[in-house]
Design a protein around this ligand. Structure first.
Ligand SMILES: *Cc1c(COP(=O)(O)O)cnc(C)c1O
Length: 388
């Protein structure tokens, strides 16, 4: 409706689901901190976006370098080479694989295909921020299931019984992350199996395995691609952004039934995964040693940093990813600010309803040392509470 001065209040024009959304808050880019605080970029340590501290595989870098010469050509809209390589890796046919411009693109495709007004998606409190964005921008209602309590062995993690209780006849999608970001917690294969057996068959269960490589070997954890035949409503998302070190290229994929792929393909933008991303991901897949080195570094640093933080009497949540979720206390925002002044970027979690926590991505040994040294100084100033 036009106001008295003849202009529109555009807020009234926006669809209701979008009106209530907050934009996704990414980790602060290095260049932005350098500009705002007058710091030199080379002194800045970014531990805010769960990126691979070792960078991309050298093989992926070389492949992208070669491929840029053909950048005047449109990409292969079907991603033949990458899908074939992934199919071989997973022992399934390429028809059961869909590529996305990052796995976030796939979450959005699922929402636009299966959600819409009158429908609902269920996700947990403290779950990945993209689930509500995908749900509400598709016009659907997001139902937030309460998370595990503080005393649970996976505090603040997904409570599958609570999620089951949120499912109604209008629910078409459940989003869950295993391991979850930003908590780092994980679900045991047995409980996930019971959940999948309980969920009605007309509800798509998205299991977001962005951190699968880092979680292997943890008590009870198992990746679930072997269950695709057993549970026709299961859709798994994976990404090259984390252990493969290609976050800037934007490429992820979904594993599910071929007929679901076919429906998702109807709403997919024709060239959603660019040619450099396709080539880089294919080369990264052929370099398992780089992933192995990445995971080894992560396991070592995850253990070391967890111990260092606990020595400061800080509570660290069980961590299955390449990051730690640390309870700092009531001064978490001030601690974040002090770290920024020191050139260290971590992730405040107030937007995830965890205002007492910071999320710290695991970097190289040297980067983690910089973070700990800064935190020690902050500790000396009395900004850290005893939370362990
Ligand atoms: C980082 C992350 C992703 C990956 O997103 P991309 O779009 O593939 O970069 C997906 N899910 C979760 C839970 C994540 O933390």
């Amino acid at each position: 409706m036009a106001g008295s001065d003849g202009t529109f209040d555009f807020c009234d024009l926006v669809v209701p689901g979008v009106r209530e959304l907050q934009p996704y808050q990414p980790g602060k880019p290095i260049g932005e901190l350098a500009r705002e605080y007058g710091l030199s970029e080379s002194r800045i340590v970014k531990l805010a976006s769960n990126e691979n501290p070792l960078g991309p595989s050298p093989k992926a870098i070389e492949a992208v370098r070669q491929a840029v010469q053909d950048a005047h050509r449109y990409p292969d809209g079907n991603g033949h080479a990458l899908r074939s390589a992934l199919a071989e890796r997973h022992g399934i046919t390429p028809e059961r694989i869909l590529l996305g411009n990052g796995s976030n693109d796939l979450l959005d495709l699922v929402a636009r295909t299966f959600l819409g007004s009158t429908r609902q998606a269920v996700y947990a409190q403290h779950a990945f921020a993209v689930y509500p964005i995908a749900t509400r921008s598709a016009g659907a209602e997001g139902i937030v299931a309460p998370a595990n309590g503080v005393e649970h062995r996976q505090p603040y993690g997904h409570d599958l019984a609570a999620m089951t209780a949120c499912i109604t006849p209008r629910t078409r999608v459940v989003f869950l992350a295993n391991p979850n970001n930003p908590t780092g917690t994980w679900l045991a294969a047995e409980e996930l199996e019971v959940f999948l057996e309980t969920v009605p068959g007309d509800v798509i269960v998205v299991v977001d395995e962005a951190y699968v490589e880092y979680a292997q070997g943890l008590a009870g954890y198992r990746e679930v691609s072997g269950w695709l035949d057993r549970f026709p409503n299961l859709l798994i998302t994976r990404t090259f952004s984390k252990a493969h070190g290609l976050a800037g290229l934007r490429v992820g994929y979904a594993l599910c039934r071929a007929d679901i792929v076919e429906f998702l393909n109807r709403v997919r933008h024709p060239f959603n995964v660019n040619s450099l991303a396709q080539v880089g991901a294919t080369a990264a897949l052929a370099d398992p040693m780089h992933v192995a080195r990445t995971v080894e570094l992560n396991h070592r640093e995850r253990k070391r940093l967890t111990e260092d933080l606990r020595r400061l009497n800080l509570r660290v949540l069980p961590a299955a990813g390449n990051f730690l979720c640390v309870e700092i206390g009531s001064q978490a925002a001030a601690v974040n600010e002090a770290l920024l002044r020191d050139g260290i970027i971590v992730r405040p979690l107030a937007g995830y309803a965890l205002p007492r926590f910071l999320r710290v991505s695991l970097g190289t040994g040297e980067e983690n040392d910089r973070f700990m040294a800064s935190l020690q100084q902050i500790h000396a100033r009395g900004l850290l509470e005893v939370t362990a």
